[in-house]
Design a protein around this ligand. Structure first.
Ligand SMILES: *Cc1c(COP(=O)(O)O)cnc(C)c1O
Length: 377
């Protein structure tokens, strides 16, 4: 195991998070001093002799590039350990695989449609049951917990209505009832919110979004708050195998370095767009919590939706969020198509709702683009 000490740990706890983001992976490869962590594109690792290992055996079980990424992510979220996966849904799958037939999960009702689909269409086949609740209402959460409830899984801000839940009180409530609290932190990232430090047990990310940040990578992350959960997630990662490839680990490490500057600019753009839309005569409602770079807005007329999606020139009409390029999404037909109709109606996901992910373009170009897309000429 002494061989593994060739790699230093660059977690650097205690420094400002923007510094730690940039330093992700730096000083990891102490053998060569490579500033950018090398891509260890190797499926397997030779053993020096019987019963001797370099610390790496086979890439599904462990890979230096992945280790550098996972150590950086664990440090950023303030977790015990982090695990990277081939996509956000692969990370959520790993979390759901911690449970067994007969267990019950409680979920936030306003959440990524794919999470709903995964439970409703896949895990239900294996006897895992799920209910959905408005997690902004602590009393409703408490009333929905059952004797066999094993975890509460939520997004805050929620998606696409961007409602905020009280993570610290939810974590406390769950802990008192022996229920794991799991937060999908995709929308805010550890730069803006660290659920483990608020008492939650597990954090999940679609790193495809802000952590990667360039609309060029699919990745997922699970961060465990304690050793026991870390062991369980590590076991699932190795036993089921949906790991992130070394090359994609490197892309994600590179993305992490600029997260703070990207998100500062994206948040500034989102705030200005939300304020501008609030004054716009064709926008009926704007949903922006004042944090992060996602906003949703409802147009006065459903006919405007097609017009806007067809006329935007800088903002792309595309499913996803979090990248440097601004995107607009139609949740009803895209991200939330699999959510049951009555839930969608109750939440306000209707044929007039659009979701916007602010990128880092110049604000006046984004505003002009929306203005021309909304104008009837
Ligand atoms: C996109 C997304 C996911 C799924 O992630 P993939 O990387 O697309 O598999 C999960 N949760 C949230 C909040 C998302 O936005």
């Amino acid at each position: 195991m002494t061989e593994q000490k060739r790699f230093g740990s660059a977690r650097g706890r205690g420094r400002e998070i923007s510094t730690r983001l940039v330093q992700s992976g730096v000083r990891f490869d102490t053998a060569t001093g490579a500033l950018s962590v090398p891509i260890y594109q190797s499926a397997t690792f030779a053993h020096p002799g019987l019963g001797v290992s370099t610390g790496y055996d086979y890439t599904r079980s462990g890979n230096p590039t992945r280790q550098a990424l996972e150590e950086a992510l664990a440090g950023l979220e303030g977790g015990y350990a982090a695990y990277s996966f081939a996509s956000g849904l692969a990370a959520l799958t790993a979390v759901f695989l911690l449970f067994k037939s007969g267990d019950h999960l409680l979920l936030g009702e306003d959440l990524y449609g794919g999470t709903y689909r995964l439970l409703d269409r896949i895990f239900s086949r294996f006897g895992l049951t799920a209910d959905y609740v408005d997690t902004t209402d602590l009393a409703a959460v408490e009333a929905s917990l059952r004797d066999n409830t094993k975890a509460l899984v939520l997004e805050s801000p929620s998606n696409p209505m961007l409602k905020i839940s009280d993570l610290a009180n939810i974590a406390q409530l769950c802990r008192g009832r022996g229920v794991l609290s799991v937060v999908d932190n995709t929308l805010l990232t550890p730069y803006l919110q660290r659920p483990l430090q608020l008492g939650c047990d597990l954090v999940v990310h679609s790193a495809t979004k802000y952590l990667g940040g360039h609309n060029d990578l699919l990745a997922g992350v699970v961060v465990a708050g304690n050793e026991q959960l870390a062991k369980e997630v590590a076991f699932v990662q190795n036993a089921c195998g949906p790991v992130l490839s070394p090359h994609d680990c490197w892309l994600l490490l590179r993305g992490l370095k600029t997260l703070a500057v990207r998100l500062d600019r994206q948040q500034e753009n989102a705030t200005m767009l939300a304020n501008w839309l609030r004054e716009h005569p064709l926008a009926e409602a704007v949903y922006y919590p004042g944090l992060g770079a996602m906003l949703s807005f409802r147009l006065r007329d459903a006919a405007l939706v097609g017009q806007v999606l067809g006329k935007v020139k800088i903002i792309s009409y595309a499913e996803s969020l979090g990248g440097v390029e601004s995107l607009v999404t139609y949740p009803l037909l895209q991200t939330h198509a699999d959510v049951p109709e009555d839930t969608r109606r109750r939440l306000g996901i209707d044929d007039r709702l659009l979701r916007l992910s602010a990128g880092i373009e110049h604000i006046s170009d984004l505003r002009d683009d929306l203005e021309q897309a909304l104008s009837q000429q």
